[in-house]
Design a protein around this ligand. Sequence first.
Ligand SMILES: Nc1ncnc2c1ncn2[C@@H]1O[C@H](COP(=O)(O)OP(=O)(O)OP(=O)(O)O)[C@@H](O)[C@H]1O
Ligand SMILES: [Mg+2]
Length: 511
Amino acid sequence: MDVELGTTSSGLPALISLEELLATRLLVQGNSGSGKSHLLRRLIEQSAHAVQQVVIDPEGDFANLSQVFGHIVVDAGAQTERGMRLIASRARQMRVSVVVNLEHLDTERQMRHAGAFLNGLFDTDRQYWTPALVVVDEAQLFAPAVAGEVADDARKASLEAMTNLMCRGRKRGLAGIIATQRLAKLAKNVAAEASNFLMGRTFLDIDMVRAADLLGIDRRQAEVFRDLECGRFVGLGPALSRRSVTIRIGDVRTRSNAGGARLMPLPERTPEEARGLLFQATTPPPSPYVPEKGMEIDALLATMEHCQPTVAAPPASEAADPVVPFAPLQMEEVRAQVSPSPEASPGIGIDTILDQLFAERSTLGRPVSSLYDDFLSRCRAHRLPGRALDVTHFRRRLILAQAGVTPTVSALPGWERAIRVADGLEEQFQGIFLHLAAAAIQALPCPTDSTITQAFGSHSPRRAMAALARMQQMGGVEIYEELNGQRVVVLPALQWRTAPGHASDSLARSG
Ligand SMILES: Nc1ncnc2c1ncn2[C@@H]1O[C@H](COP(=O)(O)OP(=O)(O)OP(=O)(O)O)[C@@H](O)[C@H]1O
Ligand SMILES: [Mg+2]
């Protein structure tokens, strides 16, 4: 049976005989870009219906044959060598056409896996010796002329398998079809077993000399290979033509996954942006908070509206506990609300009691009601009217304290925006949000996991990180990782971001 490769220079169909190929094998050579893979694809496509095919594909170029011709793709990266051997012999027994995709392996493992697969094909029982084309692209990788940097046993294993394919494959029905960029890099005994040649554009003298030797032509005659265009090959051999013939390879139905690199204008970016893309977080976050350039409040509210639909409404259980805005809770106002009685201890005010209470680590994880009772009893001890601060306002103060919102932070221009955004969040997220906002407004590094846990009012970093992840899911925060592993948090509603900081305390301390 003949397959049409393309057209000859005289316009006739250029045919290749599959029966002859089985007996006499084919070597394709040409420099990078000469069209070897295209040629192999043409041959595979044209013969797919007639004969079983095995494609050894180091670059993953041929995987898409599966879409049109039903080849099964074997992802070598997911298989052991033993697995490769087994799949090969099953493919042989069932006569399934396969593409062995080796692109996810390093060179040494490519050699070992390809060797194992070829051996599996080779060692199958005699009853399964039916015809199959075994196409090996970039054959110099599997049958290198000289020892390279890979382990000796890997090189030997794949070289032996390639030699077997080319020397002893015929009896078993295996027709070796190998392609190489550099004839001089391909093991001589492997190249010598082919009797059919398709020579494409070749530049290097050393490859030209090897080609002339193989074809048995004068070295000067081989000079024509220099001038061949992409997609044109000089063919010779019993399966092709008894005299050398120039063939223009025909079209293919499937496209190479490799694609050709086309020239296109570079994207427009300032050097600063480009530097950021290379060295900063994976996606460039918005610029840091700059007070002078602060957004107009309307524009800001618009961005908040844009963000907030993703923030879930408080669960029904919390509906009875309406969210009290943070804004009235600026320290001065609370102070004004709570004036001490005449008998109060001198120098001790409600603020001092709150500060002392909130500074104790034992507050973490304690229910607000029990903390409030504690607060009231301390106020009583100092004859202060603690009840002037009701439990709702007490809770707000607790959140601010745990978030590390000091009077200095509250006084910074623009801070009220953070309070407004926090007001729109579920209460459980407010502490973390304000803690991050406080870092961002002061251009401090991103807080560590342990201070975020504190801001969450908990001892459990696991629970705090889960809350942070949930905030991220809802779009309330964006988290980026710098190349050096540092974290940056962006608060999209505010258009603020923290400086990069380590998530773990020990790293943060060591810088
Ligand atoms: N006969 C042809 N007709 C149309 N396009 C072709 C033909 N031969 C090659 N091309 C195109 O030229 C480009 C290079 O071809 P190909 O990838 O086959 O080269 P190659 O020799 O395999 O190169 P490499 O050694 O780098 O893998 C591809 O984009 C391919 O589609
Ligand atoms: Mg190629």
